[in-house]
Design a protein around this ligand. Structure first.
Ligand code: ADP
Ligand code: ADP
Length: 225
């Protein structure tokens, strides 16, 4: 596993500077939470790392590879969205295996890897259901399995828990932490919740006005014992 480094990373939309030359090194295997007011550039940063948004300036390096201009599937990153974005007509198993189909991997291998992922998120029993037969928390876990099946080194999560009720949110929180530890990969998790960040993060990054205002271990940033 490798460190992820952002070097003078910048995003402009026309006249708007959404991300203004930020620099940061995410250590391999870190759980990082990104906080900051709405519009400060968190999502744009995640989307650039994932390759869902072009980089205006600067670069993104994962290990020894400059991934700034690679297509999303070639970067070693994966992204999970708050609205799940599941395909309604596909079963849970096929939803999870979807990116492998795109990559041209054959059906037996796809199903084998999808089943491994479903086991990891404890959804084996629901493999043949359609998304509309799942609860919010279950959909969330399908989305997680779908992102993880590509074996990313870095998982990017954009407010993954915001659509869940408070009870489920706490449970999914524990689930995310368990998975991150078990897989030993880096998670970069954008959240509005300070409590969420405090519960999950090894490291906190605070953005404000398109810049990184503060970054460091939880204790340092929140000034807790
Ligand atoms: P956050 O995730 O912190 O809420 P965003 O990265 O979504 O911040 O947005 C940062 C700034 O960039 C905001 O001013 C927002 O309006 C602008 N922005 C984001 N996406 C686009 C886009 N696709 N086109 C134009 N402006 C955008
Ligand atoms: P968030 O703040 O959670 O990142 P937004 O609601 O700001 O999400 O953005 C949702 C979508 O709208 C994103 O795809 C983003 O690129 C786009 N978007 C955000 N702000 C603008 C904007 N000012 N102009 C055009 N598209 C935008």
């Amino acid at each position: 596993n490798s460190d992820l480094e952002l070097i003078a990373l910048t995003k402009r939309y026309g006249e708007t500077v959404a991300v203004d030359s930020i620099a940061h090194r995410f250590k391999a295997g870190v759980y990082a939470c990104m906080l900051g007011p709405s519009g400060c550039g968190k999502s744009s940063t995640l989307r650039m790392i994932a390759g869902h948004e072009t980089v205006s300036d600067g670069s993104i390096v994962l290990g020894r590879r400059d991934v700034s201009h690679l297509p999303p599937a070639k970067r070693g990153t994966a992204m999970m969205f708050q609205n799940y974005a599941l395909f309604p007509h596909l079963t849970v198993q096929d939803n999870v295996a979807f990116s492998l189909r795109m990559a041209g991997i054959d059906k037996p291998e796809r199903h084998k890897r999808a089943d491994e992922m479903l086991e990891l998120v404890e959804l084996t029993a629901l493999a043949q259901r359609k998304p509309d037969q799942l609860s919010g928390g279950q959909k969330q876990r399908v989305a997680l399995a779908r992102a993880l099946i590509t074996r990313p080194q870095v998982l990017l999560l954009d407010e993954p828990l915001s659509a869940l009720d408070p009870f489920l949110r706490i449970r999914m929180r524990a689930e995310l932490k368990r998975l991150q530890r078990e897989l030993g990969i880096s998670f970069i998790h954008v959240t509005h919740g300070q409590d969420e960040a405090l519960a999950l993060a090894d490291e906190i990054i605070v953005m404000n006005n398109a810049k990184i205002e503060q970054a460091g271990p939880v204790r340092e940033v929140f000034n807790t014992p």
